[in-house]
Design a protein around this ligand. Structure first.
Ligand code: UDP
Length: 491
């Protein structure tokens, strides 16, 4: 089957199919909106529960006449033994649910192909966790572009680790915390074996198999869409493109197109605390004085660790906004020290589950971000010119930490030592309150190092903004992709 050829005046139709995780759906919605703003027809494919927030986030564009659409396909939760409604990774609350969630994603291939048949888009951008999307697109003679949701830096790190296997030289358990250098990269980047994703260390299992398929499918994709900007990682953009021979388009930070309060508040889920309340609270604080603390959409932290964090934040003395996500069976209020809320009243704001993150990071009162190093969160902080305290937990977060602390140097690390499963971080050694208070005081204080980080963060934030303006590198990256897709469809 071949795709429909288009003429110069016809509208190009993009299909966007993100993995069902907030960290993938949120930036893909931004990408869909970017395409629609350039006159393309954009269709986001999602499942019914996710469709509600995706429709809300795109409604104003639709009403203003842009051709942006949402198509839903059912998520086979019950078929794989997951509770009804478990349609995104943030609803996965135990390690046992994880492989089931991936089995359900694999079952989406057939309904996805039926949609391709019916709608006949000109190209597909699909999350890399759906490696079969290459095969689906090929059936319809259209290109599949992959979306990892991360930077060229971290993609390059993975390739180097796979190619050179430097961790294999570290054999004894006692050496798991000894640093090694990752070979073949433009900079000297160091990490430890205990920070590596478990699929590097484990034998064959569901996760290692899917990771292998993803790597194979990357080579078979037409190219990779990157939510980052060239000036942020020029050496890695070139390395990934030239040395590793991949086609890429840097089009980010995609979050920057959300300029109004409403745009920012409607990204992802509905905030659990009203955005105007949060803004008023921030308005009452001095510029650069507030630390924002959040660990993304999926990680959950044990009550013991939350307790250390509460005490560390309190003793640092700085104002903070703290987004809390607990492990499912932990007691809801068991993590706060006695009298904590009274003592921090006016100085600390706790938000349970979901905060309007970009709105908070963009506020002038925010001077630091304690983050789990999810790429979206980091790029949102980079765009806002906010320095970070890094506390990576899983996925590619340890690589992202190295990027911010060793390459662009706008972050201070908290010293997280071990990779851990996000839903059950109970067996991980605790980061102690003293270490937390020390790093917070350093980052938020007036020492020379902190001032340097703040200055660099502001400069890089300005670069980010310029990259998405007309004529900027990411603006041009998107134009190049669109032009290439036009040529492809005329073949
Ligand atoms: N996010 C948010 N409010 C929250 C938690 C997360 O808006 O309370 C958004 C955040 O701005 C980012 C995404 O959810 O766009 C999380 O993606 P990231 O890559 O940072 O981490 P993940 O959730 O995938 O671990």
């Amino acid at each position: 089957m071949s795709s429909k050829a288009i003429t110069d005046n016809q509208q190009l139709h993009a299909f966007l199919f993100p993995v069902m995780a907030q960290g993938h759906m949120i930036p893909m919605v931004d990408v869909a909106r970017l395409f629609a703003a350039r006159g393309l027809k954009s269709t986001i494919i999602c499942t019914p529960v996710n469709g509600v927030s995706v429709s809300k986030a795109t409604e104003r564009d639709r009403l203003s006449g842009l051709d942006i659409n949402v198509e839903t396909i059912p998520f086979p939760a019950a078929e794989v033994g997951l509770p009804e409604g478990t349609e995104s990774l943030d609803k996965v609350t135990s390690p046992e649910m994880f492989p089931k969630f991936f089995s359900a994603i694999a079952l989406l291939q057939q309904p996805f192909e039926l949609l391709l048949q019916e709608k006949r888009p000109n190209f597909v951008i699909a999350g890399m966790l759906m490696p079969w999307a290459n095969e689906s697109a090929a059936k319809f003679g259209i290109p599949r572009i992959g979306f990892h949701g991360t930077s060229c830096f971290s993609l390059s790190v993975v390739e180097s680790l796979k190619l050179f296997r430097p961790y294999e030289a570290i054999s004894t358990d006692a050496d798991q915390d000894t640093s090694f250098v990752i070979p073949g990269l433009p900079d000297k980047i160091e990490m430890t074996v205990s920070q590596l994703p478990t699929d590097f260390r484990a034998g064959k299992n569901v996760v290692t198999e899917i990771m292998e398929k993803i790597r194979e499918s990357e080579v078979g994709s037409y190219g990779v869409l990157v939510n980052s900007f060239y000036e942020l990682e020029p050496a890695y953009a070139e390395h990934y493109k030239s040395i590793l021979d991949r086609k890429t388009w840097h089009v980010g930070p995609v979050s920057l197109q959300n300029t109004s309060t409403l745009d920012k508040a409607l990204r992802g889920k509905k905030p659990t605390l009203d955005e105007n309340y949060v803004l008023n609270w921030l308005d009452s604080k001095e510029p650069n004085s507030v630390l924002y603390v959040s660990f993304g959409s999926v990680s959950r932290v044990s009550n013991n660790q939350l307790l250390e964090l509460a005490m560390g934040l309190e003793s640092s003395g700085y104002p903070f906004i703290w987004v809390v996500r607990q492990i499912k069976n932990d007691d809801e209020n068991g993590f706060l020290p006695k009298g904590f809320e009274e003592r921090i009243e006016g100085r600390g704001l706790i938000i349970r589950d979901w905060a309007p993150q970009v709105l908070i990071l963009d506020h002038p009162a925010v001077g630091g971000f304690m983050t789990h190093c999810g790429w979206n969160s980091m790029l949102e902080a980079i765009s806002a010119g906010v320095p970070m305290i890094t506390w990576p937990m899983f996925a590619e977060q340890f690589y992202n930490e190295k990027f911010v602390t060793q390459v662009i140097k706008t972050g201070a690390q908290l010293g997280a030592k071990e990779y851990n499963m996000w839903v059950d971080a109970k067996n991980v050694s605790l980061v102690k309150k003293e270490a937390i208070a020390t790093v917070v005081t350093q980052l938020m204080g007036d020492g020379e190092e902190a001032k340097g980080m703040r200055r660099r963060a502001k400069e890089i934030g300005e670069m980010a903004k310029r990259s998405v303006e007309e004529g900027g590198s990411s603006y041009t990256g998107l134009t190049t992709l669109i032009e290439e897709m036009k040529v492809y469809t005329k073949k």
